[in-house]
Design a protein around this ligand. Sequence first.
Ligand code: HEM
Length: 520
Amino acid sequence: MGAVIRQIWDRNAQELWIYVGLIALLLAAYLFKRHIRIFWTVLKLHGPPIYPFIGNANWLYRKDILEVMAYKAYKDYGSIARFWITLIPYVVLLEPEDIQVVLASSKNTKKIVFYRLLDNFLGKGLITSEVDTWRTHRRVLQPAFHLSVLQKFVDSFSECADRLSSKLVKCAGRELDVTGFVNDAVYEILNETVLGVDIAQKVREDGTVDLDDLPFRKGQMVVPYRLIHPWLLVDWIYRLTTTGRQEKKQSQDLTAACQRMIDELRRKKQSSSSSESCSPTLENEKEKKTSLLEYMLEQSEKNPEGFGDEDIINECCTFMLAGQDSVGTATAMSLFLLAKHTEWQDKCRAELDQIFAADSGGGDPARPATMQDLKAMRTLEWCIKEALRLYPSVPLFARTLGEDVTVAGKHVIPSGCGVIILPYTTHRLPHHFPEPHSYRPERFSPENSEKRHPYAYLPFSAGPRNCIGNKFAILEMKAMISSILRKCKLGTIEGKTEVKPKFRLTVRASGGLWVTVNQR
Ligand code: HEM
């Protein structure tokens, strides 16, 4: 055999090289046929100019990225565009019909590869986890976000909201950036509802809350930095850097803090179950505050193999991290927009006055809000929804397709391709939201919402992998904003009447959100 090959080689080496090359090409085409299909599909689409190695990742650093998303993306590139992150091509979908095809299918629940870089910022729980783990955990956790369970968090929402509004009252007459005040209250709510920290025990004499021993506010967003320095995408290289080491330490601190909370809760449960006389009556049990951690421990006791301590820790971190900036931004934006549009502030206040009138509920107009009160705040809900339309806290998210999908009736996007969704752009398409850049909460009245495509409004994503904390967030925001509006009147400050949104994977307001506060 060797002799035969040598004979052919001697006679016609050039021809043999061509055959070898052709076979190698065919083999590569076979092995990479999925990637080739994806490249071929994406190359036919319009999109911004691509740079070597980083692709379009530099956009994540551009100061005007949100402005481009809001005003130019659709005009310049159309409803289906391409976007490269490093060497990987993605399809961007902007029209609700096309978005629905992707998000509504349970086959497209896989996240894109870069979500793994978010572990430190969002934990290793539901948001970033692989499909199999996600499916099991989502099934375990979904019931905890049912309204009947959220009912048990309402007292925590109302108490933290009351502390927030009292702090603002103390600042009456001053100009202030509401962002910090709101973020503190959101953090307190999460500590109580997720971890079960008794916040009332932590209030210092000056009214501030001592949560300094917990590490859930220290994460850094490093994804854009790693994307435009692609060698840092190699984990072992990244871990050698100062940021990489800090990130590892932060992750260890989060794990240790959650484990401490789990151990403490287990100890408490053991000691309360051993003292029979303290067992609560059914009525007390209904009233009792609870936490997501407590719920998760119960689930783990039922199924320790499928949902163990490590899973609890990952999900705890995710709730603590995913529920912070998202709610903080949306609440502060809602307050700022109400300060700017006083006619809507007045409408919300009139609604609140009616809900808390002396002859309704417990008869005390200053009483804390109940679940029933929160549900009745419809005008306030429109205002929150409109703030989330204009400034969706999560302006971008992505999926990997698990099946071929056809969009706009003609483009087939192959299975395995990543798809990017930009609520920040879709929310401002004029054919779905007329006068899209104006603040018009009445868009969300039942009659005005009726004809709108269900996937045109996506602040919480949609479909099976939507935000599990959606209802939690709306109730929490209503509790905070209503408490403030019941005690204060908000106004704007000359020269500080415009939001300067900036992109940090969640939307932030550059320079803060400044308002005047006057006691009612
Ligand atoms: C205004 C507030 C909020 C907004 C705008 C928001 C938005 C979102 C969005 C867009 C997603 C999908 C992300 C993706 O597909 O990559 C998501 C997922 C998620 N959110 Fe929220 N969120 C908010 C509040 C919360 C809160 C308060 C919690 C928890 C207490 C929470 C927990 C989660 C979790 C665990 C997921 C992953 C769900 C899954 O994959 O099954 N979110 N959120």
